[in-house]
Design a protein around this ligand. Structure first.
Ligand SMILES: Nc1ncnc2c1ncn2[C@@H]1O[C@H](COP(=O)(O)OP(=O)(O)OP(=O)(O)O)[C@@H](O)[C@H]1O
Length: 575
């Protein structure tokens, strides 16, 4: 064997150790890696070996470090170093190969550190409420209630105003007299520009209470899921909070504020009033005091939120958002779902009626996930629900129930994992956002429990290829093959803002991407300093992305995207 040949053999050997783990300690990791590649139909050379394998990769990396140390040991050097020139060449090249590994590990360390530093900078900036902070509002009498703006199967929602809670951006403060005059004018259309939203910046949701009793304790307990998006000051410390937290039990889990999740500013119990339309629209749920035939209890729960101009469904009925806006809308839902998942909450009733919509200063729709009445919010945060009897509630919305939830059969030891269920629902709603019928509603007729991925209707060719890929991956039946909301969101972020970095991305390191992340952070920070452009949907999304940066999630997103760009979605689905 020539020295040149020996050198190249040595290099190859060093590289092989990294890629496949030929030596004994790496055998298991390599086998799993190969199996995973086969499972995702991933070509051997094009995608990072670490993609899709966060925890395994860590093991693999630690083992490689051990190997490098071994190689440097004196015994190893003596054995090869004292041999023929050919052996020395093999050893030299082998060392070089291992040197490359070390370099890559160093790159990884630096990229991970960059991600952590960026995350720390953006986590510090807390999401600000659009309303001026207010200290009162714990009684129904604190509000002027306007027209009914919505109704579901559990509640009626009314526009409301309180002189102490007007939007920060609105300089004008209307008096209650002005508000009443506006009301008398009888406005009908609801749009962001109309006075209705300016005069009634709040919405009050009045829950229908029948069967729970009229004590505050019972009401708060039985409707506690509605309190999951409630802010820290939502409950009156002296009354409701003590009821829940102090004498009787544990305060329900709450999620922190996020631009794509509704915020409940106040929650209190009060006697059911006779509000506009009550006798005509929901007489049965009124208490006997208001309707002798009514079945409702005398008291119920009220939730105070920001008033939004419409739901996602209402908006899509009358508007055709641009491709970019639609992509931003899907991304917002994924960011909202990721935020919930991280805090151990599965919404379980995602649908376009449960997404509210307003517009930012650029006219881009901003989406917020609302109505947490069916959510799973356990204190241990693992999103696993023991499913040992048919009486266990699997959540709302049967049509948009993820396959792993819809097909679960109750039994001893059965557990439903909800960690990717909402992400699946976002995949289904994405069809509506891109102007198509939701494939899981009656008109198209797929059933989540039985559909095959190849039956999913094609998305219009105008939908960007990366977005199509994300939607198809979100609708994978097997949750192990489905990306999490975080990874799917990362894919869209990279596709929207990191195209150049991605185009230059090779399969060996994340350094170029880390450089791009630093530039992106600088841009977002500067935008934040330059006034209102920091409050646009795009800026909020970019901040969400940067404050949740994890190297492994980013790697997985890159892996999926690079692979998807080489394959057509249909091939991925059949893999
Ligand atoms: N903050 C808000 N701003 C404007 N409209 C709202 C707001 N909250 C709710 N709505 C309207 O009220 C409707 C009913 O609200 P919501 O979905 O919370 O009630 P629900 O009875 O819990 O619904 P479901 O039948 O899904 O259980 C919504 O579809 C929407 O049209």
């Amino acid at each position: 064997m020539s020295v040149k040949h020996a050198l190249s053999r040595g290099l190859e050997l060093g590289r092989s150790v990294f890629q496949l783990g030929l030596l004994k300690p790496f055998g298991r990791a390599a086998a799993k890696l190969r199996a995973d590649r086969l499972r995702v139909g991933q070509p051997a050379r094009t995608v990072q070996p670490q993609a899709f394998l966060p925890s395994r990769y860590r093991y693999y990396r630690t083992s490689l470090r051990g190997l490098a140390a071994q190689l440097q040991s004196a015994g190893f050097r003596r054995r090869f170093g004292a041999g023929s020139p050919r052996n020395r060449a093999v050893f030299l090249a082998f060392g070089l190969g291992v040197g490359l590994i070390e370099q890559q590990l160093e790159d990884d360390r630096r990229s991970a550190a960059t991600c952590q530093e960026i995350q720390a900078v953006f986590r510090k900036k807390k999401f600000q409420s659009p309303l001026r902070p207010f200290t009162s509002g714990y009684k129904l009498e604190d509000y002027v209630i306007g027209k009914q703006i919505g109704k579901g199967s559990n509640a009626a929602v009314y526009e409301a105003a309180a002189p102490f809670a007007f939007p920060k951006e609105s300089g004008s403060r209307c008096s209650l007299v002005e508000l009443k005059e506006d009301e008398d004018e009888g406005q009908t259309a609801r749009s962001l520009s109309c006075c209705s939203l300016r005069n009634f910046p709040l919405a009050v949701k009045m829950m229908w209470n029948f069967g729970t009793g009229s004590s505050s304790e019972a009401i708060l307990r039985s409707m506690s899921q509605e309190l999951v998006p409630a802010g820290p000051l939502a409950l009156n410390k002296e009354r409701e909070q003590i009821t829940l937290d102090g004498h009787f039990g544990v305060l329900p889990k709450r999620v922190s504020a996020h631009p794509n999740v509704i915020r409940v500013y106040r929650a209190f119990t009060a006697d059911v009033p006779l509000l506009p339309g009550a006798q005509e629209e929901y007489p049965d749920v009124l208490p006997a005091r208001l309707n002798p035939d009514g079945l409702g209890n005398n008291r119920t729960l009220f939730l105070v939120m920001k008033n939004y101009p419409c739901t996602l469904r209402q908006y899509l009925e009358v508007s055709i958002p641009s491709r970019r806006q639609s992509t931003l809308m899907v991304l917002q839902l994924l960011e909202g779902v990721d935020h919930l998942c991280r805090q151990g909450v599965a919404h379980r009733d995602l649908k376009s009626d449960n997404v509210l919509l307003e517009f930012d200063s650029d006219g881009c729709p901003r989406l917020v996930i609302t109505d947490f009445g069916c959510c799973l919010a356990q204190s241990d945060s693992n999103l696993q629900l023991p499913f040992n009897s048919i009486w266990v509630d699997r959540g709302g919305n049967a049509s948009l129930m993820a396959p792993e939830v819809a097909t679960a059969v109750p039994g001893a030891g059965v557990v439903i994992d909800y960690s990717k269920a909402d992400a699946w629902a976002v995949g289904a709603i994405s069809y509506e956002i891109f102007g198509q019928r939701n494939p899981f509603y009656r008109a198209v007729g797929l059933e989540s429990r039985s559909y095959q991925e190849k039956q999913l209707p094609p998305l219009p060719s105008s939908v960007p290829a990366d977005v199509q890929l994300v939607i198809h991956l979100l609708l994978r039946r097997n949750p192990n093959k489905r990306p999490s909301a975080r990874v799917a969101a990362n894919m869209l972020h990279l596709s929207l803002w990191g195209r150049k970095a991605l185009a230059n991305q090779d399969s060996t390191g994340m350094r170029k991407l880390a450089d791009w992340l630093l530039c992106q952070s600088a841009v977002v920070l500067l935008k934040g300093c330059s006034g209102p452009s920091g409050n646009t949907v795009e800026s909020e999304l970019q901040r969400s992305f940067l404050s949740n940066l994890e190297l492994e999630d980013l790697r997985s997103a890159v892996g999926y995207l690079l692979y998807g760009r080489e394959q057509r979605p249909a091939c991925i689905l059949s893999a």
